[in-house]
Design a protein around this ligand. Structure first.
Ligand code: IMP
Length: 416
C-alpha cells in the first residue's frame, strides 16, 4: 500500500471511465485517509455514494465520499452546482452521528445554486423531450442541466450570494423565479425557496471562501496533499461523452482541475475507475448491453440500482475501446477495476474489443466459477481472473493497481 500511495504523488484524481457508478467511493474512502485535503470539483446532487455512518447506510449526493475522515478540509469547487437543502440534510446526518463537518468545509463562491425550480424545469424538459423525440435523456431530475443552463446564460445565483444582505437576496431570487415561471409555466413556492436560502445562509455564510483557487494554491504551497473526487464519469462528459445522453458538467480530470482552479500540471496522478463489467442509467448508446437474462444476473449480483434515483441500471460487459478512450482523455496512470467478484459465477466473460456495423465485437474469456470475495492479493485470484485483469492491462496499456473484490472496505487487492 505504501508503495502505491507514494506513486500517487501530492495531487491525485479519481475519475470514472464509464457512465458513472463505477464504485469510486470505495477507493476514495481508502485513499482519503492518506491525503490532507478532500476536494470535489463538478456536478451536483445527481451523484450518489453510499456511506456507512455510525453503522447506518446513508446515500450522500453533494459531500465528497472522503468527507468522513475527521479533521480533513473538504472543498466544494467552483464547477459544482449545489442544492442547499440536500447539502444541509447531509450536514445534519453527519451531526447526528457526532460529526461536525461545517468548520472544515470550504465552499467556492463561484459554485452555482440549484433551486427547487431547477428540478421542476428538469422534469418539464424531460417531458418535452419524451413527447417530441419519443424519449428523454433519463436525467436524475435533480435540476442539474437547468442550473448549468443558468450558469452558461450568466444568470445563475452563486454561493457568493449567501454573503449578501437578505433584502438584496430576495430581490435577486424573485427576479429569477419570475422569469422561470414565465419561460416554463411552472409552479414555484417562492416563500419556500427563499426560506431555504436563508437557512443555508445562516449555517454556511462563513464557509463560503473568497476564492477556492487561491485556497487550493495555499494548500499546494504548504505541501498539503490533495485528493480530487471526480463525479459522474468520462462517458457522461458534456464535451467528450455520448452526447446528448450526458450530464451538463465536465467529468474528466481536466474538468476537475478546472472546477477547482488548479493548473493542469498540478495533477501528479490520475486513477481511472472502471467496473469489471459495465452499467448505465438513463438513455443513450450502450454497445455492450447484455441480453435480458445476463442483465438480470449482473444487476442482482452487483446490486445495480441507482443510488440517487433507485432506477434499475442497464447492465452489460466491459468495453475496452471505451476504457482506452477514457484513459487517453484523462491520462490515467493506473486502473481500479471494481466489483470483480460480480463476475464470479459467469461461465465465460464477454469482453468488448471493438465495433462493427454498430455492434460490439467480443472476445470471450473463460470464467473462474469460484468466489473471489474478500481476496486481498493478486496471487490468490484464480488464474482465469488474473488473465482477465492482464487482458485489460494489455489492451489499454495501463496497469491495474487496485481490484475490488467485494463490498467491504478491506475487499481490495493492491496489485502494484
Ligand atoms: P443529469 O446529470 O441528472 O442531467 O442526468 C444526465 C445523465 O447522466 C442521465 O443519463 C443520468 O442517469 C446520468 N447521471 C448523472 N449523474 C450520474 C451518476 O452519478 N451516476 C450515473 N449516472 C449519472
Amino acid at each position: 500500500m505504501q508503495k502505491f500511495l507514494k506513486s500517487l504523488g501530492p495531487v491525485s484524481a479519481v475519475i470514472g471511465a464509464q457512465w458513472g457508478d463505477e464504485g469510486k467511493g470505495k477507493v476514495i474512502d481508502i485513499l482519503a485517509e492518506h491525503f490532507d485535503v478532500i476536494a470535489r470539483a463538478c456536478g451536483g446532487a445527481n451523484a450518489g455514494h453510499t456511506i456507512v455512518v455510525a453503522g447506518k447506510k446513508h446515500v450522500f449526493h453533494l459531500l465528497p465520499a472522503g468527507s468522513l475522515h475527521e479533521g480533513k478540509p473538504v472543498v466544494l469547487g467552483a464547477g459544482m452546482v449545489i442544492h442547499l437543502p440536500t447539502l444541509l440534510e447531509e450536514i445534519r446526518t453527519l451531526k447526528e452521528a457526532g460529526m461536525e463537518i461545517v468548520p472544515r468545509m470550504y465552499i467556492s463562491p463561484a459554485a452555482h445554486i440549484v433551486f427547487d425550480y431547477h428540478k421542476e424545469i428538469d422534469t418539464a424538459l424531460e417531458h418535452r423531450r419524451a413527447s417530441e423525440k419519443g424519449q428523454g435523456i433519463g436525467t436524475t431530475k435533480r435540476g442539474i442541466g437547468p442550473a448549468y443552463m443558468d450558469k452558461a446564460a450568466r444568470s445563475g445565483l452563486r454561493m457568493e450570494c449567501l454573503r449578501w444582505d437578505e433584502k438584496i437576496l430576495k430581490t435577486e431570487l424573485n427576479a429569477r423565479l419570475k422569469s422561470a415561471k414565465e419561460m416554463y409555466g411552472i409552479a414555484i413556492d417562492e416563500d419556500k425557496e427563499f426560506n431555504q436560502l436563508i437557512t443555508a445562509k445562516k449555517l454556511l455564510e462563513d464557509r463560503v471562501v473568497s476564492n477556492t483557487a487561491h485556497l487550493m494554491h495555499e494548500f499546494l504551497e504548504k505541501k498539503r496533499t490533495i485528493l480530487i473526487e471526480g463525479a459522474q464519469a468520462t462517458l457522461l462528459d458534456l464535451d467528450h461523452g455520448t452526447y446528448p445522453y450526458v450530464t451538463s458538467s465536465f467529468t474528466t480530470a481536466a474538468g476537475a482541475l478546472q472546477g477547482l482552479g488548479l493548473p493542469p500540471r498540478a495533477l501528479a496522478s490520475c486513477i481511472g475507475v472502471a467496473k469489471a463489467y459495465c452499467t448505465r442509467v438513463g438513455s443513450g448508446t450502450f454497445l455492450t448491453e447484455a441480453d435480458e437474462e445476463s442483465q438480470k444476473r449482473l444487476r442482482d449480483r452487483g446490486g445495480e440500482y441507482g443510488a440517487t434515483t433507485g432506477r434499475p441500471r442497464r447492465c452489460g460487459w466491459i468495453h475496452l475501446p471505451d476504457l482506452k478512450y477514457a484513459a487517453q482523455i484523462n491520462g490515467f496512470d493506473t486502473w481500479n477495476i471494481t466489483k470483480l467478484d460480480v463476475l464470479d459465477t459467469e461461465e465465460k466473460i464477454p469482453v468488448g474489443i471493438g465495433e462493427k456495423d454498430g455492434k460490439a465485437e467480443y472476445t470471450y474469456l473463460p470464467g473462474w466459477k469460484t468466489s473471489t470475495v474478500g481476496l486481498q492479493s493478486f496471487k490468490e485470484l484464480p488464474k482465469a481472473a488474473q488473465d482477465f485483469i492482464s487482458f485489460i492491462e494489455e489492451h489499454t496499456k495501463i496497469p491495474v493497481g487496485l481490484i475490488g473484490t467485494g463490498q467491504k472496505r478491506e475487499d481490495m487487492i493492491i496489485k502494484s
